[in-house]
Design a protein around this ligand. Structure first.
Ligand SMILES: C[S@@+](CC[C@H](N)C(=O)[O-])C[C@H]1O[C@@H](n2cnc3c(N)ncnc32)[C@H](O)[C@@H]1O
Length: 219
């Protein structure tokens, strides 16, 4: 039997059996996970595994995160949803572009930075082919954020740093949320919220991400 090229049934099964069971409840996140075709973001040799809840290798020794973690991090950002208010989200670590697409299903504008140029180019191509017009891509060191577009309602970092980058805290709007893995080999997934008086921090779980690399290690 020929496989359905949209692979909708596989995506629905992934959401029903792997995402909801991880406690994800936000209907906007679940709908986005049902829509974004993850098989378009993984190398063709891994296509058959695209809807398993596992990270998969992409090029240049990098990975596309496991879907339940993408959903968990997206939900933790407590996004309003583009239909109600304009919202700007920054992602550091574009990788395949999959997380950016999930965000773009929910908010009005996604800004995403990738330090490895060929990955950024490939992700931009995939996202354009899929018709995402609200994702803005850039090549560079995301540690510095994207000052010209700040402040952001939410920032997500998908590579691990041993400390919280101050430029990212600075680029949060008041009320804005920053989620990122902090640590070396294993990391704690931390959620920071900017308040009128400062920042609040919450630890969510333990995770394992590839390291955040710096263009120039001067900071
Ligand atoms: C776990 S992968 C990201 C997965 C991606 N979010 C996705 O959906 O496919 C981490 C990515 O962060 C990138 N990265 C590492 N350090 C970075 C930095 N300083 N600025 C921007 N990107 C960085 C890596 O090259 C890698 O592509």
């Amino acid at each position: 039997m020929l496989k359905d090229p949209t692979r909708q049934a596989e995506r629905d099964k992934m959401v029903d059996e792997q995402i909801i069971s991880h406690g994800i409840k936000d209907p906007k996140v679940l709908a986005a996970m049902r829509r974004v075709p993850r098989h378009k973001f993984v190398p063709s040799r891994y296509s058959a595994m695209a809807y398993n809840d596992i990270p998969l290798p992409i090029d240049r020794g990098q990975t596309i995160s496991q879907p339940s973690l993408v959903a968990l991090m997206t939900e933790a950002l407590a996004l309003e949803g583009a239909k109600k208010v304009p919202e700007k989200v920054l992602e550091v670590g574009t990788g395949s572009g999959y997380q950016a697409a999930v965000l773009a299903e929910i908010v009005s504008d996604v800004f995403t930075i990738e330090i490895i140029e060929p990955l950024a180019t490939k992700a931009a191509h995939t996202l354009a082919e899929l018709g995402y017009r609200n994702i803005h891509t850039r090549v560079g060191d995301g540690y510095r954020g994207w000052p010209e577009e700040a402040p952001f309602d939410a920032i997500i970092v998908t590579a691990a740093s041993d400390h919280v980058p101050q430029p990212l805290l600075d680029q949060l709007a008041v009320g804005g949320r920053l989620i990122l893995p902090v640590g070396r080999n294993y990391q704690t997934l931390e959620l920071h919220r900017r308040t009128a008086k400062g920042y609040e921090r919450k630890i969510i779980t333990l995770v394992r991400f590839v390291p955040l690399v710096r263009e120039k290690q001067q900071e």
